[in-house]
Design a protein around this ligand. Structure first.
Ligand code: GLA
Length: 697
């Protein structure tokens, strides 16, 4: 379908509880937002329209434009900047076409520039059963001369913040990812991003915005599906509108668009909830569960031997761990780094993906068979995009790594990065992993990535190249192909912890490893942030012996278990050293997890309080509402508690039927009591976490 737009034409996209309405103004040069919010929000006056003149600016600088070129918004920030070979900018669109308009769920509007021939199609899609809107743009050079894309945003989102913008974002570093922070933005710009060729540890491609006057009220969010370099900015203008720009960051320089070339920019998803940040989290969870499709199943309880043996992997110690793990009720045994030839530490071996015969003298097959003989599934760690200079692969293919001619390579963790955009490298990476999955009996793969890209080049200096785009595209293709050819294998995405979590990976991996920090109180803060942007089925978490890096206050084994049960439970401790009492306690927790993991996977999650508050819990309500699972943690000091008179902490539960009755042991509560007064939890030095399952009568 293709029909010219008419002045003032409007389209409303409808989600389960939300709507998103756009219009083409009479001049026909761009799309404008009319309203984004609950059903009915588009009926009255537009909450984002501006009133009055715009002296010393252009109309476009103040208008709530959906996708703006630098001709549309010359001063206040464009989503798209394109130039001709002569360096001339200000590509602007003069003609619009409706290309698709289906069931209030999909819309595509085409724009054309009469001068250069550039075409842009602005796409919208609201997936059934969600309150998100997916947006992306397709650029086509339909002209006769080459063009250069200087800025390649995917979308602009306009949010009404008349009293000030309250932004929520997640920052971090290695071992301290997903730190949830809030910033009040009066006027000006806030921006986050990554230039690392990977979403990175420093910021998460996710942002939430509320009006400062209503922090628990309407909340809008954006998240990007791009596994490379990215940027998100929020700018609040003098009129109180906050405009978010989201998209790729072109770290390799402008993208060349030859005549006939087409470029599809990554999907950015917008989300809306009337219920603050916590409500917005549930909108993201619903969306990600949908992305997982039929793969949304309760994940197996796994054991990973990394923190128990590090690089000293060999059959005997692994089997000793596997035997104990099987007795505890673990279902999948994962051998982490250190299993392949030359890998005694992190200085050598990456690239040579052959099991080390010295470590598995009876053969790797026999080792896996022994693990399976214990009733366990088998998982393996790989990092196929990286290479150590001390490896056979590097000796044979030194030209396969990113490099700038004549300049030294920058090692990070003693390793270089393979240029996955090259077809022969993509073949190598695919066939390495595919080969392992075919050759050995493997059910679970942990795919790691332990360094960012430093060198913006390829030997021989062929330029300009979109290295970032080519790497990401091939990574996604390989994941898709592996999932298609090995549907029974679960894939855990890891990048030195949580540096590779974005919506594109949420659609291609089954679970994320959010951080290498497994210390209990540090992990609590990491998981709290993570669950604001990601659904529990994506949250891999291990019970270990680690004290933590930032907050080393001791916590019980129960605390560690209840914490890891908030997502996908795993064990990473050296369980050989656990006492019989610890092992029997662990077996009890694992059995309880198996009873509740369907609710964790499919239930509505409510985030109560936080790691720096007196109350900290996650509540999951089963889809049939018969069970409510509450995981709660004591965040404060433990000394003194329990030895003096004390009253319980009250956890205000949400999403319950006020008239319903709920039972926990011989305690009975009404839904309204649990919401208004709260679920009581009494902490003591030996009781610093709890798992409570409420059954509805
Ligand atoms: C990264 C991962 C860890 C572990 C090591 C192995 O740091 O995040 O979980 O797999 O690599 O070298």
């Amino acid at each position: 379908m293709s029909a010219p737009t008419t002045a003032g034409q409007r389209w409303t996209l409808r989600g389960t509880h939300t709507e998103y309405t756009v219009t083409v103004p009479a001049h026909g040069r761009w799309l404008e937002l009319v309203a984004w919010g609950p059903h009915g929000v588009s009926d009255g006056p537009s909450p984002v329209a501006y009133d009055g003149p715009v002296p010393f600016l252009t109309t476009g600088d103040a208008a709530p434009i959906e996708y703006a070129t630098d001709a549309d918004r010359p001063f206040t920030g464009a989503d798209l900047v394109v130039e001709t070979p002569a360096g001339q900018r200000r590509v602007g669109f003069g003609h619009t076409d409706v290309l698709a308009d289906a069931d209030q769920r999909e819309l595509a509007v085409g724009f054309a520039d009469p001068v250069t021939g550039l075409r842009a199609t602005v796409h919208y899609r609201v997936p059934v059963g969600t309150d998100v809107v997916q947006r992306w743009v397709e650029l086509t050079n339909a002209g006769t001369g080459p063009l250069r894309v200087v800025r390649a945003g995917s979308a602009g989102f306009c949010v009404p913040t008349p009293h000030g913008a309250l932004l929520s974002h997640q920052w971090g570093q290695w071992a301290q990812e997903f730190q949830l922070s809030h910033v009040e933005l009066g006027h000006g710009t806030f921006s986050i991003g990554s230039t690392q060729g990977v979403p990175g540890h420093l910021h998460v491609p996710w942002l939430a915005v509320r009006d400062t006057a209503e922090p628990a009220g309407p909340t809008w969010g954006v998240a990007l599906a791009w596994t490379g370099s990215w940027e998100i900015s929020a700018e609040r203008d003098t009129g109180g509108l906050t405009r978010l720009r989201v998209g790729r960051q072109l770290v390799d320089g402008p993208l060349e668009l030859a005549p006939g070339d087409r470029l599809t920019l990554p999907v950015v998803t917008g989300a809306y909830s009337p219920d603050g940040l916590d409500g917005l989290a549930r909108v993201w969870h619903t969306h990600q569960r949908l992305l997982a499709g039929t793969r949304l199943t309760p994940r197996p309880v796994l054991y990973n031997s990394w923190e128990a043996t590090y690089f000293a992997v060999e059959a005997e110690s692994q089997l000793a761990l596997a035997k104990i793990a099987a007795d505890l009720g673990v279902e999948t045994f994962v051998v982490d780094d250190g299993w392949f030839v030359g890998r005694g530490d992190d200085t050598a071996g990456l690239g040579d993906w052959t099991p080390d015969p010295a470590k598995f003298p009876a053969g790797f097959d026999a080792f896996i068979a022994e693990v399976r003989g214990l009733g366990l599934n088998f998982g393996l760690w790989v990092e196929p995009e990286c290479v150590n200079p001390r490896s056979r692969l590097y000796a044979e293919h030194p030209d396969w790594v990113y490099a700038v001619d004549g300049r030294p390579l920058t090692p990070v963790r003693n390793q270089y990065l393979l240029d996955l955009g090259r077809p022969e490298v993509a073949d190598f990476v695919h066939s390495t992993v595919d080969g392992l999955l075919r050759r050995y009996d493997i059910d679970y793969l942990k795919w790691d990535f332990n360094r960012p890209r430093t060198e913006p080049g390829r030997p021989g200096g062929v330029a300009p190249l979109d290295l970032d785009g080519a790497h990401v595209a091939n990574l996604h293709r390989i994941y898709e192909r592996l999932r298609r050819d090995h549907p029974g294998v679960l894939i855990e995405a890891c990048a030195g912890g949580g540096a590779r979590t974005d919506l594109a990976m949420a659609a291609r991996a089954d679970v994320f490893w959010p951080s290498d920090n497994t210390g209990p109180l540090d992990r609590l803060a990491i998981q709290h942030g993570f669950l604001h942007a990601n659904a529990p089925h994506l949250l891999s978490s291990w019970v270990t012996d680690a004290p933590g890096l930032f907050d080393q206050r001791p916590r019980t084994l129960a605390f560690r278990f209840v914490l890891a049960m908030a997502g996908v439970l795993g064990i990473g401790a050296d369980i050989r050293a656990w006492t019989p009492a610890q092992r029997s306690e662990a077996a009890g927790w694992i059995a309880r997890y198996k009873e509740i993991r369907d609710v964790v996977t499919h239930g509505e999650a409510y985030l109560i309080g936080g790691p720096d508050q007196a109350r900290c819990a996650v509540q999951y309500v089963a889809p049939d509402e018969r069970r409510v699972v509450v995981l709660a943690w004591h965040t404060g000091r433990l000394d003194g508690a329990g030895s003096l008179p004390a009253r319980p902490v009250r956890l205000p539960l949400r999403g319950l039927d006020p008239a319903a009755r709920y039972r926990h042991g011989d305690q009975h509560y009404s839904g309204s009591h649990l919401s208004a007064v709260g679920l009581p939890v009494q902490w003591s030095p030996t009781h610093d976490a709890d798992l409570i399952v409420l059954h509805r009568d």
